[in-house]
Ligand binder design. Structure first.
Ligand SMILES: [Zn+2]
Ligand SMILES: [Zn+2]
Length: 157
């Protein structure tokens, strides 16, 4: 699974960048009283509870994302962990606002980078006589080079 996020990153995120939130501090409208992932109501939870070392039968309680980015969304504790363990290209992002909670896993980045290099190599071998075709190929090459720059850039490390 190229997008699998390391256990250490997941448990660090849950410990450092989410915090349990009291049901009474959630907005009182019915949609805020439900987990937006599973749509089930939250169970009350002891605020002194230390996660993520909870027993597997712990009822779903709300946690709020607290990272440097813009996302402050609230999810069920079990559902947010399941979301991050999903091994999808979006598993490191918020399911609601799509903000990145942390950089994409390295394995996923390496896979995209490898595919970008293959595409650039293939384009370099195209020997187009047609001026319009050549211009198209150059545009695609330019887009791929920008993708490569982003993948090598500090944002993804
Ligand atoms: Zn849920
Ligand atoms: Zn969010």
């Amino acid at each position: 699974m190229p997008y699998r996020i390391d256990d250490s990153i997941i448990s660090n995120f849950l410990t450092t960048h989410t915090r349990p939130i009291r049901l009474s501090s959630l907005p009182q409208d019915p949609s805020s009283q439900h987990c937006p992932i599973c749509h089930l109501p939250y169970a009350p939870q002891d605020p002194s509870y230390v996660h993520p070392l909870h027993p597997p039968d712990t009822p779903e309680y709300p946690v709020q994302v607290r990272c440097r980015g813009p996302c402050k969304h609230v999810f069920g504790r079990i559902c947010i962990e399941r979301h991050m363990r999903g091994g999808q290209p979006w598993s490191h992002t918020c399911p609601i606002c799509r903000a990145e909670w942390f950089p994409a896993p390295n394995a996923g980045r390496r896979e995209v980078l490898a595919a970008t290099e293959i595409a650039l190599d293939a384009l370099a071998r195209i020997d187009a006589a047609d001026v319009e075709v050549r211009a198209e190929v150059e545009r695609v090459e330019e887009a791929l080079r920008r993708i490569r720059e982003v993948l090598y850039g500090s944002r993804w490390i």
